[in-house]
Design a protein around this ligand. Structure first.
Ligand code: GTP
Ligand code: MG
Length: 277
C-alpha cells in the first residue's frame, strides 16, 4: 500500500508504506478470431469476395481462379446511417476439406461468432460442376467442423445469374432449389453487377435486428442462443485442436523421414480488417 492509504485527518502526509509482494507470471495463449455478424460460405470461385466488395468498402482480391482468398476479410456493410453489420469472407471450401483438401476447414472458426451464414453458389460454374452437389458438399464439411455451426440459419445465395440467358434464370434456380429441397430463404443475385445485393443487405439487417430483439424480449430464446454459442465455441476449439494435433503428427513424421522443409503453411492467424473510411 502506498502512503495515501495511511492518510488521516491528523496525519495528512504519512511516511508509512508497505512492501509489495512478488507478482504473478503466466503464459497465456490467445487465439485471434474475427467477430462478424454474417459469414460467407461457398466453394472457391463462387463469388464470395466479389459479394463483399459489392456491399462494403472492403476490397479483397478477386480473380477467376480458385483459392484467391487465403485469409479472412471483414467488411462493414452500412445499410443506412445508423444501421450496419459486419460480414466475414473466408477462403473457399471444397469436398474433403475436413480431411485437409484445399485449404482445409480451420477458417470456419472465424464464423463461430456469426449469427447468420450466407451460402454463395455459382449457378453457372465454368467447369460445369453441379451447383446442387457443391452445396451439399459444403453443408457436409460444415457439419464435420461443428454440428452447432451447421445449425445456424443459412441462406442460399444463387450468384452469377448474369451468366445465364434471361429466359432460363428462373428455371435453373428453381431446379437447384427443388433438387436441394431447400426450405429456407433463397436469393438470386449477380455480385458483379450488384443485382439483388442491396435487397439481401436489407433482409440481413432486418433479420439481425429481429433476432436481437427476440432475445431481449424472450429469456428462453436468449438462453438457447447462449447455449448454442457455448457448444459452438467448444466444438470449434475441439476441431481445431484435433487438426493441430494431426498437423503436429505429420510434421514429426516428415522430420523423421528427413524432409527438412519447415512449413508455416495454413497459418490463418492473419486477418485483414477493412473498415469504411
Ligand atoms: N459473371 C459473373 N462473374 C462473377 C460474379 N461474381 C463473381 N464473379 C467472378 O467469379 C470469379 C471468382 O470470384 P471471387 O469473388 O474471387 O470468388 P471467391 O468465392 O471469393 O473465390 P475464392 O476466394 O477462391 O474462394 C471472379 O472472376 C469474379 O469476377 C457474378 O455475379 N457474375
Ligand atoms: Mg475470395
Amino acid at each position: 500500500m502506498g502512503n495515501t492509504a495511511f492518510k488521516s485527518s491528523t496525519n495528512r502526509a504519512p511516511r508509512k508504506t508497505t512492501n509489495g509482494s512478488p507478482g504473478e507470471a503466466r503464459r497465456i495463449r490467445l487465439e485471434l478470431k474475427v467477430l462478424a455478424d454474417v459469414g460467407l460460405l461457398g466453394m472457391p470461385n463462387a463469388g464470395k469476395s466479389t459479394f463483399i466488395r459489392s456491399v462494403s468498402a472492403a476490397k479483397p482480391k478477386v480473380a477467376d481462379y480458385p483459392f484467391t482468398t487465403l485469409i479472412p476479410n471483414l467488411g462493414v456493410v452500412d445499410v443506412n446511417r445508423h444501421r450496419s453489420f459486419v460480414i466475414a469472407d473466408i477462403p473457399g471450401l471444397i469436398e474433403g476439406a475436413a480431411e485437409g483438401a484445399g485449404l482445409g476447414i480451420r477458417f470456419l472458426k472465424h464464423l463461430a461468432r456469426t449469427q447468420l451464414l450466407l451460402h454463395i453458389v455459382d449457378v453457372a460454374p465454368y467447369d460445369e460442376t453441379d451447383p446442387v452437389e457443391s452445396v451439399e458438399a459444403i453443408a457436409n464439411e460444415l457439419d464435420k467442423f461443428s454440428e452447432a455451426l451447421a445449425q445456424r440459419d443459412r441462406w442460399l445465395v444463387l450468384n452469377k445469374i448474369d451468366l445465364l440467358p434471361e429466359d432460363i434464370v428462373e428455371k435453373t434456380c428453381n431446379d437447384i432449389i427443388e433438387r436441394l429441397n431447400w426450405q429456407g430463404p433463397v436469393f438470386r443475385i449477380s455480385a458483379v453487377s450488384k443485382q439483388g445485393t442491396q435487397d439481401i443487405c436489407y433482409k440481413i439487417i432486418d433479420y439481425l435486428e429481429e433476432k436481437a430483439f427476440q432475445e431481449t424480449e424472450d429469456a428462453s430464446k436468449a438462453e438457447a442462443e447462449k447455449k448454442l454459442l457455448l457448444t459452438l465455441e467448444q466444438e470449434a476449439r475441439e476441431t481445431i485442436r484435433d487438426l493441430n494435433n494431426e498437423r503436429e503428427l505429420e510434421k514429426r513424421k516428415r522430420k523423421e523421414q528427413g524432409s527438412a522443409e519447415d512449413d508455416d503453411e495454413d497459418d490463418d492467424d492473419d486477418v485483414e480488417v477493412l473498415y469504411v473510411e
